[in-house]
Ligand binder design. Sequence first.
Ligand code: AHG
Ligand code: MN
Ligand code: MN
Length: 279
Amino acid sequence: MNEIYEAIKTSAIRIRELIEYDDTGYSSSINTTGDTQLKIDIKSDLVIEEEFRKIPSIKEIISEEKENKTSLHDNGIYTIGYDPLDGSSLIDVDLSVGSIFGIYEGGSNGAHLKAAVYVVYGPRVELVIAESDVKMYRLNQKNEFVYMHDIKLKEKGKLNAPGGTQQGWSKSHKKLIDDIFQDGYRLRYSGGMVPDLHQILLKGGGLFSYPGTTDVPKGKLRMIFEVFPFAFVFEQAGGAAINDKNQRILDLVPSHPHDTTPCFFGSKKEIERVMACYE
Ligand code: AHG
Ligand code: MN
Ligand code: MN
């Protein structure tokens, strides 16, 4: 596993460089979800693929930017699902973005996840590795990721990050979000799931939701490279992650690499509230 983490660190340093200095214009291609790909999405994907090709334990990769799986090494054991640059349209307004990785063994269902990693490219570059615990690292001037501390959620937090088009929310979802605000929670939503979830994780807890809406009934966020990895991080940090049927996210089984799911990530108390609303 360590060689995979090292490959992710090298990729992160290279992607950081692209974010700071490279062209953020549109390419002429469209990805599976129908987004016009930014040149920087494609370049970041290539950087990661290049680094992962050097690691014999990686059997195959599933990227947000590619339609299908890519086989790397026949004798490898791990499947890595990744979003090379999440929230890339935020680069043009100089907000934080991220990379997300799920390291799977034996398939790419939630239950196959062995570890999850994400990188936040903000004023600083931070990297979080979740195995049986959740560890945060920060990039220093010598391009080394230095261990900072473990991440542990409190039972109940103070932040609320409500995603999705509000016009398309169900009545009960709207009531859930209104009630949470009525109880004193503060709005924290940048539109980038990596920094938004990172903030909740570092500030003790809260709720991040991306429900099914009338425009996207199955939500927007993809299981294999966005939702499963963060569900794993939240559980290992002492929180929880469920869908809109009160199922544990990590029990879900996607039928296509790009399948999406409504999702809720939070500390224990907030997820209990979601369960009471969606039961
Ligand atoms: P992408 O990988 O296409 O850049 O997706 C960004 C995601 C996620 O970071 C964020 O939480 C969500 O899209 C925001 O979606 P809305 O624009 O619907 O709020
Ligand atoms: Mn994404
Ligand atoms: Mn992306």
